[in-house]
Design a protein around this ligand. Sequence first.
Ligand code: PLP
Length: 422
Amino acid sequence: MNSDVQYIIDATKAHHELFKNSLPMIASENVTSPTVRRLIASDLGHRYAEGKVGHRYYQGCKYIDQVEAKAIELAKRLFDAEHVNVQPVSGVNANLAAFLAVAAHGDLLMSLGVPDGGHISHAKYSAAGIRGLRIKTYPFDEEKMNIKTDLIVKKILELKPKVLMFGGSLFLFPHPINEARSAADEVGAKIIYDAAHVLGLIAGKQFQDPLREGADIVTCPTHKSFPGPQGALILCKSDVADAVDRAVFPGTTSNHHLHHKAGLAVTLAEMLVFGEEYAKQMISNAQALAQALYDMGLDVLCKDNGFTQSHQVAIDVSKCGGGAKVALNLEKANIITNKNLLPWDDVNNPGNPSGIRLGTQELTRLGMKEPEMKKIARFFKRIIIEEEDPEKVKNGVISLKKGYQKVHYCFDGEGAYEPPFR
Ligand SMILES: *Cc1c(COP(=O)(O)O)cnc(C)c1O
């Protein structure tokens, strides 16, 4: 075997071994079912299908049309959407397309500040900045970790934005779309809702329903709490459908990663059947984890509001050495998390923020329930509060994980989560 090739295969095998023995708790990741994994390795990943179903620029798209039409049909049914475009290849790509569809260079965007949980693509650093939007951030309640509902209408009427962006990356509670809608109408603003983190919860009808609450466009990465392949889709109202379609192609994509769209269609079918049960379990796992961590002495955010209504939990670890140190120590025990800015942190100094962010979506997909959340909270206590050597905690982590190697909430009958190259 060529040594460079062997090097890559070995690194991939080692990566599989690491995740087989780890607790994956990064809130933006998930695992796909065995059927989806097989589709991702199919020939679809070699092809192009520019254009729309039935109107392609290249030949050879007969079966690709079947796949994409089915994905659109399933997404319409699952999310009860007037229009669906499944072609964006990522969340940032979908946001850029949404901005292209309903805003012009120089328009004003209101969005969540990055330390308050907003994503970089809602800020000057990424998609919103590239589109040339001016940006004002929402008034934010640090106690409730949400947009200030009582001030939002006043701010919208005062600033007269063209676009309101809801959704975020640190996202514990539903955003006040309902409250903003009539003010948005008054100033002629469109509402985009970025469902990246919470799409799986929305699929299971356990969070909020952005289209019914007043969003014009919902941008949806399909690989966070929604357990599909990496990629995205857009849901929207009919009156912006043509603008959205043109903004996706030819606006911001060419190839749309057809193997991932086949996997997306299967995940949509999985969520039509298992979505509600999965979403309920993700949320009760997050609440159980938050409560257990709090009981063990950790500074979990938003106790007075029940800690969380999503798959996420946020902890302020500034008194325990800060987010960077804590995330690193957890990693030494095979617990994979990330450091995270909290509202009181400096956005220009993201290196050692106060927080860590946790997500229960992947552990839930692997079959864990409330009792396992309590066991995991014990590991956190030993590492963060008792400052035990993480290497000593690692054995317990590995032995807990041994019983959770299969993907649930899919048609593979708890099919083995067997990666290639093991
Ligand atoms: C993760 C995330 C994105 C980006 O999705 P990618 O697929 O990584 O481009 C966009 N918006 C929010 C709120 C996110 O959390």
